[in-house]
Design a protein around this ligand. Sequence first.
Ligand code: ADP
Length: 185
Amino acid sequence: MALQRGFTIWFTGLSGAGKTTLSNIVHHRLQSEGVTNVEVLDGDVVRTHLSKGLGFTREDRDTNIRRIGWVAQLLTKNNVPNIVAAISPYRNVRNEVRKMIEHVGGPGSFIEVFADCSVDICEKRDVKGLYAKARSGEIKQFTGVNDPYEPPHNPEVRVDTSQCTPEAGADMIIDHIRSKGFVKL
Ligand code: ADP
């Protein structure tokens, strides 16, 4: 597989919906097929440095997403494929980032992937034990429990992670970037 031009794969979805899992598989698959210069920006990691000190108000969440979007935009401009995995609950700021990326990377270079999964199922998975803490009141402003999540209207790819395996979800994403000509066999 050879890279043709830069792009941003932007995962959005609830905590536990599968953003990190899918981004890791897609990352490794691209690497193993020869696209080696891929960067991953994981929301949890970003909050420990680039966005350290930001909280979970709408304003802080939007600031966090704008910062990640800014970095993603620099990477895309320089033909470094990048993958963002962040809840990014607000539609407006996601669309703002979409414009910023497409401005430097061209049409289609912002690939929004909706990791779609109900709160019920995410809560049953409770990968990080956060839903339990949100229910007990230990964590406030937890997306899907007591903070909003606005699903995308027209994501480039929607993966219903309650219905497929992570590998099948990753296939859908790889198929998309291949069909749009971002990578070639
Ligand atoms: P997020 O990054 O969105 O918070 P994670 O990737 O950390 O979510 O956790 C998702 C959990 O759901 C993992 O334990 C993963 O194994 C499981 N899972 C089950 N089916 C899928 C699927 N189709 N895609 C992604 N994750 C899945």
